[in-house]
Design a protein around this ligand. Structure first.
Ligand code: PGA
Length: 258
């Protein structure tokens, strides 16, 4: 791994957890991180639903975890303010101490018609508002079987990063999430994930950009994935919902384990 790329272990809670459940998670996490070297920890990012952002922010503050575990959102609107019923702006996220935002997750692309142009506008708005985007890309099973993975993923990255400067590209994070591996228990072969992420890195054109793997990352497959030189961490759904398994993933991204 490039020395300037600090690993990232990002928890995507999707539409799970009430405020009470979120607070309980942080309390348990705090206990499990006792004795873990904070200096060696990857950047841990928790992305709860909007409704639990404030609770998680407060819990992290109360337990002195704010400099160790960071807050992320799962989406946002690109515009600053306005008549956009049901939407949340970058400024509103900053107001809740959010510092990361997942953009273009395949579930948003598939169920909420998110487009490459929309993801690009959101990535630019995030960077302008001091939020670090975690931009998701990845192919479907049909695309993989048709041999279209490389062309598809390259095009998604180019579209998402259009007009984003090399300086800004150093700050943002990408996540390679093959759609067929998300929530299915079918993890992508580590060497293949490494190969596609290497291709994404060439497309980004900047060595410092951190690129994560996502799709059924679990305690029993994380070590093989983290041993790959191109994989800088994970974007994790199912295995991030329990503090014990999330901590195992965090530990697997620490130097001794890599
Ligand atoms: P999963 O989800 O870990 O449950 O496969 C990953 C994601 O959707 O980000």
């Amino acid at each position: 791994m490039h020395p300037s790329r600090k690993p990232v272990m990002a928890a995507n809670w999707k539409m799970f957890k009430t405020t009470a459940e979120a607070a309980q998670f942080i309390e348990t996490l705090h206990g499990l991180l006792d004795g873990v070297s904070k200096d060696d920890m990857p950047t841990a990012v928790i992305c709860p639903p909007y409704t639990a952002l404030s609770t998680v922010s407060q819990s992290l503050g109360q337990l002195n975890l704010s400099n160790t575990v960071f807050l992320g959102a799962q989406n946002m609107e690109s515009k600053a303010d306005g008549a956009f019923t049901g939407e949340i702006s970058p400024r509103m996220l900053r107001d809740l101490n959010v510092s990361y935002v997942v953009l273009g997750h395949s579930e948003r692309r598939e169920y909420y018609n998110e487009t490459d142009a929309g993801v690009n506008a959101k990535a630019k708005a995030a960077l302008e508002n001091n939020l670090i985007p975690i931009v998701c890309v990845g192919e479907s099973l049909a695309q993989r079987e048709a041999g279209q993975t490389d062309a598809w993923v390259t095009r998604q990255v180019e579209a998402a990063l259009d007009g984003i400067t090399p300086e800004q590209r150093k700050k943002l994070i990408l996540a390679y999430e093959p759609i067929w591996a998300i929530g299915t228990g079918k993890v992508c072969d580590a060497a293949e994930a490494n190969r596609v992420i290497g291709l994404i890195r060439q497309t980004v054109g900047v060595a410092e950009t951190r690129i994560l793997y996502g799709g059924s990352m679990k305690p029993d497959n994380v070590e093989g994935l983290m041993a790959q030189p191109e994989i800088d961490g994970g974007l994790v759904g199912g295995a991030s919902l329990e503090p014990a398994s999330y901590v195992q993933l965090i530990k697997a991204a620490m130097p001794l384990n890599v």
